[in-house]
Design a protein around this ligand. Structure first.
Ligand code: 5AD
Ligand code: SF4
Length: 355
């Protein structure tokens, strides 16, 4: 007789060997509890170690503007949040923050902001050029929806990667949560970015209101279909100044299982232990690093701006330092180390370009 335990182990083994599963099998893994969930985390940790080693890539993130023209229902930076103190860093401030981070040792600088048309693509392109000429770093941009021309200018200036999350693969939910936009448009942007030669990162939120387990399983399949070089996966955290203030928060445990299954299906993709996992639990990042994650993105936004980048609550209370040397010690404690090199995508780049 085939027991449920046998079936679960068979799915795990198949995932490890073929890196491919049906939506139903993914949902079964996501329902794992107790010993089964531990087996899932262990398998994801093994796959991470086998394919990517013990190195953890650190990406310094600089959140340079919290202005946004969009009105996403889940996000504290949404246009209609009048209670937020808005800021814009000057180009020189951004450059200095990036330069300092590179001097500390960070090999990737992520420039992130809400969708803020104040910064013209030419200005960002010049900034990227200046950063690349003064520091030995890879540059990732996370600036939302822009035109092809804008993406191209920044790419030509030397930007290596672009992060654009699809958040949910369910078209109706996407349209409801991100007014005025649709999933098809987002997917077009992602393929455009790929065409322009960016290493593309995407990702999703787990535990959104109205999201089923099958829908989350579909998110994982979409990440696989897109062959993303990086995938940020974080739990939904309700924000008081948004229409979703009374919705239930996402569950860290489910988020860790989503991360683990993603690792099994995308063995080479960079998976960060996201800030959202740290915001919901003091050990969130450590747990994520034990469930398939291989990237951490310390926040190098200068104070006091950092506290105003209020996407969701809990970010200010994160009990970790953002310095390179702190992370060196922290990773040693969990038998990991800071990875050398830029940490370029491992899927579409040849092995000699990865490090
Ligand atoms: N909870 C969790 N993640 C959120 N994000 C925005 N708002 C929330 C929230 N309330 C994430 C989205 C977005 C990134 C900037 O932050 O994934 O892409
Ligand atoms: Fe703006 Fe991004 Fe927040 Fe949406 S999720 S409101 S696009 S910062």
């Amino acid at each position: 007789m085939v027991t449920l335990e046998d079936r679960f182990s068979a799915i795990l083994d198949r995932a490890e060997k073929t890196h491919s599963l049906s939506r139903e099998d993914i949902a079964t893994l996501l329902r794992a509890e107790g010993e089964q969930s531990q087996a899932l985390f262990q398998k994801a940790d093994d796959v991470r170690k086998r394919h990517l080693g013990n190195g953890v890539h650190l990406r310094a993130i600089i959140e340079f503007s919290n202005n946004c023209i969009k009105n996403c229902l889940y996000c504290g930076l949404r246009r209609d949040n009048r209670k937020l103190t808005r800021y814009r860093m000057t180009v020189d401030e951004i450059f200095s923050a990036a330069f300092n981070a590179s001097r500390e040792g960070f090999k990737t600088i992520v420039l992130q902001a809400g969708e803020d048309p104040y910064y013209k693509p030419e200005v960002i392109a010049d900034l990227v050029r200046r950063m690349k000429s003064c520091s030995d770093v890879a540059v990732t941009l996370s600036l939302g929806d822009l035109t092809k021309d804008a993406y191209q200018k920044m790419r030509l200036a030397g930007a290596d990667r672009y992060l654009l999350k699809f958040e949910t693969s369910e078209p109706l939910l996407f349209g409801r949560l991100r007014p005025g936009t649709n999933l098809t448009g987002r997917l077009k942007q992602l393929s455009l970015l790929k065409e322009l030669g960016y290493q593309v990162g995407s990702g999703n939120i787990t535990g959104l209101p109205g999201q089923s387990l099958e829908s989350v399983a579909e998110d994982i399949l979409l990440l696989r279909e897109l062959e993303v070089e990086m995938a940020g996966i974080g739990p939904f955290i309700p924000h008081q100044q948004t229409p979703l203030r009374n919705s239930l928060p996402g569950d860290l445990y489910l988020n860790l299982k989503v991360l683990a299954v993603t690792r099994l299906l995308l063995p080479l993709t960079h998976l960060p232990a996201t800030t959202a996992t740290a915001a919901v639990h003091p050990s969130g990042r450590r747990l994520a690093l034990k469930a398939g994650a291989n990237v951490v993105m310390p926040d190098l936004t200068p104070l006091p701006y950092r506290s105003y980048y209020d996407i969701y609550p809990g970010r200010a209370g994160i009990q970790v330092s953002n310095s390179y040397s702190w992370w060196n010690e922290e990773l040693e404690q969990i038998e990991r180390s800071i990875a050398g090199g830029y940490g370029h995508g491992a899927i579409h780049t040849s092995p000699d370009q990865q490090f």
